[in-house]
Design a protein around this ligand. Structure first.
Ligand SMILES: [Fe+2]
Length: 248
């Protein structure tokens, strides 16, 4: 039997707890505390994607925002949400990278059409996401597992059978590090796995600018082409097969 004093004390405690929850709910603090940060992270990504497609953001502004967002990712929650452990059970190819999609339908508040494409790339040691550029696409990587050597180039000119490119990034990337590309900055990327297995998260936004008439898809090229003045390179265009044969 509890005493009358204990009963009143417990009742008061419950009332205070209930009142606190009510206060937090009123101020929307409770929801903010409980809601998984990764859901809000993807929501932010979908919002900036819409802003890019609505032309409220230039590609360079989007690229900066994407980098800021990528730097704030909760990597553990991201890997859990996209089920990296299950992806790791699939075999990796002997040339190039595997490409596995993931499901975002459980993310609270996310529109059915998020506006961006998404995938996980995986490579065995010494295999590559081969060198390629893009037209009318903004895209970004986050290293999920392993060590990678990443190279980027600005695509300065497009000719009939080659590109004029300028090396911009050439360094190792570890877990949690990121890189982004747009039509106007670091447009070409190439990532080679330095680990037995290595994985990269990718989101890409295609066709954001109706004024860019170049065909979408990957623009394969050989970045180890003829060296020109001022560090520029004449990089021959390549087929996917040739690029994978040389760099995959
Ligand atoms: Fe790419």
């Amino acid at each position: 039997m509890q005493s009358r004093r204990e009963f009143h004390s417990r009742l008061l405690g419950s009332a205070i707890t209930f009142g606190l929850i009510e206060l937090l709910q009123t101020r929307n603090l409770f929801a903010d505390t409980v809601k998984p940060t990764i859901d809000k992270w993807f929501l932010e990504l979908a919002t900036m994607t819409k802003d890019l497609k609505d032309r409220k953001l230039t590609d360079l502004e989007f690229q900066t925002k994407m980098e800021d967002l990528y730097k704030r990712v909760d990597l553990k929650s991201l890997c859990s949400l996209i089920k990296l452990d299950e992806v790791e059970k699939k075999p990796l190819p002997d040339s190039g990278a595997s490409n596995v999609g993931f499901d975002l339908s459980k993310v609270e508040g996310l529109p059915a059409n998020v506006g961006f494409g998404k995938q996980i790339f995986g490579c065995k040691k010494d295999k590559s996401i081969v060198p390629h550029g893009h037209a009318n696409m903004c895209t970004g990587f986050i290293i999920l597992k392993g060590e990678w050597h990443g190279k980027h180039y600005d695509r300065l000119e497009t000719k009939a059978d080659h590109y004029i490119i300028k090396p911009t990034i050439d360094r190792e990337f570890g877990v949690g590090e990121l890189s982004t590309i747009s039509d106007h900055k670091d447009n070409i990327h190439w990532f080679k796995s330095l680990s037995d297995t290595a994985y990269i998260f990718n989101v890409h936004v295609i066709g954001y600018d109706p004024k860019i008439k170049d065909a979408g898809g990957r623009l394969y090229l050989d970045p180890e082409g003829e060296k020109l003045a001022d560090g520029l390179v004449k990089a021959p265009k390549m087929s996917s097969a040739d690029c994978h044969r040389k760099y995959g």
